[in-house]
Design a protein around this ligand. Structure first.
Ligand SMILES: [Zn+2]
Length: 144
């Protein structure tokens, strides 16, 4: 099996998962997290027939949660886990955001030259220091 086939499988399974398993109101929050750079780290592990994605996700409550997605390449299912309180009731925004971010990084890998690259920096993310409020920069594209 060519390496590209696997990514295609992961992409289509993740896209199905997002479309079929994540309610729209959850997905809205997921998009907001991705747009706001809430995914601090995305780690991909391939073992056997499973393609695991782990995301460090900062939601709108400023807590960082660990979301995990496990794509079953052979069986064709996606299982998920998140350690946030919302995850008891099903798919949460963090899981959705991790799926979206992973899809996006797979897309980017696709459109660029086919070479192995990691979706995020190889070193362990940025240190968590005090966060300063960002001054709103005037961007014409972001007007509501
Ligand atoms: Zn969560």
């Amino acid at each position: 099996m060519a390496p590209g086939d696997e990514e295609t499988t992961v992409k289509s399974l993740l896209a199905d998962f997002v479309r079929e398993s994540i309610p729209e109101y959850i997905l809205d929050g997921s998009h907001a997290i991705v747009a706001g750079d809430g995914i601090q780290k995305l780690t991909v592990n391939r073992h056997g027939d499973f393609y695991d994605v782990e995301g460090q996700v900062q939601g709108d409550d400023f807590q960082v949660y660990t979301s995990e997605l496990s794509v079953n390449l052979k069986g064709g299912g996606v299982s998920f886990f998140c350690n946030c309180p919302d995850s008891f009731s099903g798919v949460c925004r963090h899981v959705g955001a991790t799926a979206l971010k992973c899809l996006r990084s797979l897309d980017e890998a696709d459109t660029e030259r086919p070479r192995r690259r990691r979706p995020t920096g190889a070193t362990g993310g940025r240190p968590s220091g005090p966060t300063f409020p960002r001054s709103p920069s005037p961007s014409p594209a972001a007007t509501t």
